[in-house]
Design a protein around this ligand. Structure first.
Ligand code: GLN
Length: 506
C-alpha cells in the first residue's frame, strides 16, 4: 500500500488508487480511522464514529469490488448528525434525541450508501443546526484544526473540521443560512449549498424547511461536483424536490473568459475584516487574470435579509420542533405528574438555550396578533431579496463575495452575544432566502487562518458555479494543510463547553 496523507488526499485521487488496485477500501478506511485516533481527542468532530461499519463495509467493498464498482465505492465519508441513518443513532446534537434510533435513512445518505461509500461516522453540529460555531451542540465543542483555540464555524462544524483535519475524505452537511459555506470557509475547505430543492430533504431533521438544503464539504471543487452528482435528483418523498435541468458535470475549466462577475457593494460594507478583504480583492484580480470581468452591482435589500431570516427561520423551527414532545420521539422526562408536566419538562430539559430562544421567537412571530406584522412582513422582504438577485443576474453570470466577514474566532468569544454570532452569516443568508446555489472555496490565509470566497449563481446554475470555482481554485493554488496549533484559549471556554459529554464513540 502506498503511504497516504489524509491531509492531502482528494476523492478524485483516492478513487483512482482504488480502481487501479493500488489501495484497498479497507486500507483506505484505516487511513481515516488512524487519523481519527490521532487527532479526534483534540478536534472532536464526530459525535459517533462508526468503526464497525467502516471496517465491515470497506471489507465487503473489497470482497465484492467487481460487483460494487460504483463511482463512489469504497470512498470514506462523514455525515452530519442531523441526517437520519437507519440503525445508527442520530442525535441532532440535542439531548432530546440523544438515544434516537431512526427507522429509515435520509434520501441523500441512502443515495451515497447505494453507491457504496464507507460511512465513518456522524459529525457534530450546533443543536438542530442552529448556530455558527458548533458551540451549541449539547455534547461537545468541535475545534478548528487550523487553530484548536478557535471554532470550526457552524452549524456543520463537525463535518468541516473532520474533512479539514483529514478525519474524513469528504462529508455531507446542511445549510439553512450558511451552515455549509461558513464552516467550509473557516476550515479552509470547499462547501456548496445547492439550489433549493436540488437535493432531497427527506430524512434531514427539519430546522427551517423553506431554507434547509443538504450539500457537500470536500477538499476540492472536483470532489464537490463528484459528490453533488450523487445526491441530487427528484425524490417523491420530498414535495419540494426537483430534478436539475442538466446533470452535474465534473469541472475542468481553467479559464473564465467572458464571465461577468458581480461584486455587491452592500456585502463589502458589512464589516469585513481587513485580512479577509485583502484575500477577496486578490481573488478578484485572479478572476480578471483568467479572463473574467468584475463589475460592481447593487443588492439593495441586503441589510434586511438577516432580520427577515431571524423571523422566518425561527417561525419554521418553532413549528418543526413541536413534534419533540416526549410522546413520539426521543427523550421523555422522568416521572411526569400529568401530560402538561411531561410536555413542559421534556422540552425544558431536552432543548438547549439557543433552540429555546428560536422556539420562543418563532412562536411569538406566528401568534395571531403578530403574524402579519412579523412573519408576513418577513416573507415580503424575502421576495425583495430574491428580486434583487434576479435583477442582478440580468447583467452578470455570477456574484462574488467573501463567505464570512471574519476568519475563525476564539471558542467562547461570541457565545454570550447572539447578535455577533448571527452576523457571521451576513453574506450567506440572503442566498438561502432566495433559494440559490452558492459555493465557498478557500482563497488564502489571514493571520494563519483560512479565508473563504463565495460564488453565487442563479437557480440551477450549479455547473457554471463549479466550473468557475474550479478555474479559480487552480489559479489560487491553496494547499489545505492545517497545523493543529493551539494559540491558547483567551475567551471563557468553560462557559462555552457547557454541554454534557456523551459517551458515544463506539
Ligand atoms: N447560523 C445560522 C443560524 O443559526 C445558519 C444555520 C444553518 O445554516 N443551519 O440559523
Amino acid at each position: 500500500m502506498t503511504s497516504l496523507d489524509p491531509l492531502r488526499l482528494t476523492a478524485r485521487v483516492a478513487k483512482r488508487l482504488l480502481v487501479d488496485g493500488e489501495i484497498s477500501a479497507a486500507e483506505l478506511a484505516k487511513v481515516y480511522l488512524d487519523q481519527i485516533a490521532a487527532v479526534e481527542p483534540r478536534v472532536r468532530a464526530y459525535i459517533r464514529v462508526t468503526y464497525d461499519n467502516a471496517a465491515k463495509y470497506s471489507t465487503k467493498v473489497d470482497r465484492e469490488m467487481q460487483a460494487l464498482r460504483g463511482p463512489l465505492a469504497g470512498l470514506p465519508i462523514a455525515i452530519k448528525d442531523n441526517m437520519v441513518t437507519e440503525g445508527v443513532i442520530t442525535t441532532c446534537a440535542s439531548r432530546i434525541l440523544r438515544d434516537y434510533m431512526p427507522v429509515y435513512t435520509a434520501t441523500a445518505v441512502r443515495q451515497v450508501w447505494d453507491d457504496h461509500v464507507v460511512m465513518l461516522g456522524k459529525t457534530n453540529l450546533d443543536e438542530f443546526a442552529m448556530g455558527s460555531s458548533t458551540e451549541n451542540s449539547a455534547f461537545q465543542t468541535t475545534r478548528n484544526p487550523w487553530d484548536l483555540a478557535t471554532v470550526p464555524g457552524g452549524s456543520s462544524g463537525g463535518s468541516a473540521a473532520a474533512v479539514a483535519a483529514g478525519e474524513a475524505l469528504w462529508a455531507l452537511g446542511s445549510d439553512t443560512g450558511g451552515s455549509i459555506r461558513q464552516p467550509a470557509a473557516l476550515c479552509g475547505i470547499v462547501g456548496m449549498k445547492p439550489t433549493y430543492g436540488a437535493v432531497s430533504r427527506y430524512g434531514l431533521i427539519a430546522f427551517a424547511s423553506s431554507l434547509d438544503q443538504i450539500g457537500p464539504l470536500t477538499r476540492s471543487v472536483y470532489d464537490c461536483a463528484l459528490l453533488l452528482q450523487h445526491i441530487v435528483g427528484h425524490d417523491h418523498n420530498d414535495a419540494t424536490s426537483v430534478a436539475l435541468p442538466e446533470p452535474v458535470a465534473l469541472p475542468d475549466a481553467e479559464r473564465l473568459d467572458g464571465l461577468r462577475v458581480g461584486i455587491p457593494a452592500e456585502y463589502l460594507a458589512a464589516g469585513i475584516e481587513p485580512g479577509v478583504r485583502a484575500r477577496f480583492d486578490e481573488t478578484l484580480a485572479r478572476v480578471e487574470e483568467l479572463g473574467g470581468r468584475c463589475v460592481e452591482i447593487g443588492l439593495p435589500h441586503t441589510e434586511y435579509a438577516l432580520p427577515a431570516y431571524y423571523i422566518i427561520a425561527p417561525a419554521e423551527a418553532s413549528a418543526n420542533l413541536a413534534r419533540f414532545d416526549g410522546v413520539r420521539y426521543g427523550y421523555r422526562c422522568a416521572d411526569p405528574v400529568d401530560l402538561l408536566d411531561m410536555y413542559e419538562r421534556t422540552r425544558g430539559e431536552g432543548f438547549g438555550p439557543e433552540v429555546k430562544r428560536r422556539i420562543m421567537i418563532g412562536t411569538y412571530a406566528l401568534s395571531a396578533g403578530y403574524y402579519d406584522a412579523y412573519y408576513g412582513r418577513a416573507q415580503k422582504v424575502r421576495t425583495l431579496v430574491r428580486r434583487d438577485f434576479s435583477r442582478a443576474f440580468a447583467d452578470v453570470d455570477l456574484i462574488a463575495s467573501p463567505t464570512t466577514p471574519s476568519v475563525a474566532f476564539k471558542a467562547g468569544s461570541r457565545t454570550a452575544d447572539p447578535l455577533s454570532m448571527y452576523m457571521c452569516d451576513i453574506c450567506t443568508i440572503p442566498v438561502n432566502l432566495a433559494g440559490l446555489p452558492a459555493i465557498s472555496i478557500p482563497c488564502g490565509l489571514s493571520d494563519g487562518l483560512p479565508v473563504g470566497f463565495q460564488l453565487i449563481g442563479p437557480a440551477f446554475s450549479e455547473n457554471r458555479i463549479l466550473q468557475a470555482a474550479h478555474a479559480l481554485e487552480g489559479a489560487i493554488g491553496f494547499a489545505p494543510a492545517p497545523t493543529f496549533r493551539d494559540s491558547g484559549a483567551e475567551a471563557d471556554v468553560a462557559g462555552a463547553a457547557a454541554g454534557v459529554p456523551l459517551e458515544v464513540h463506539e
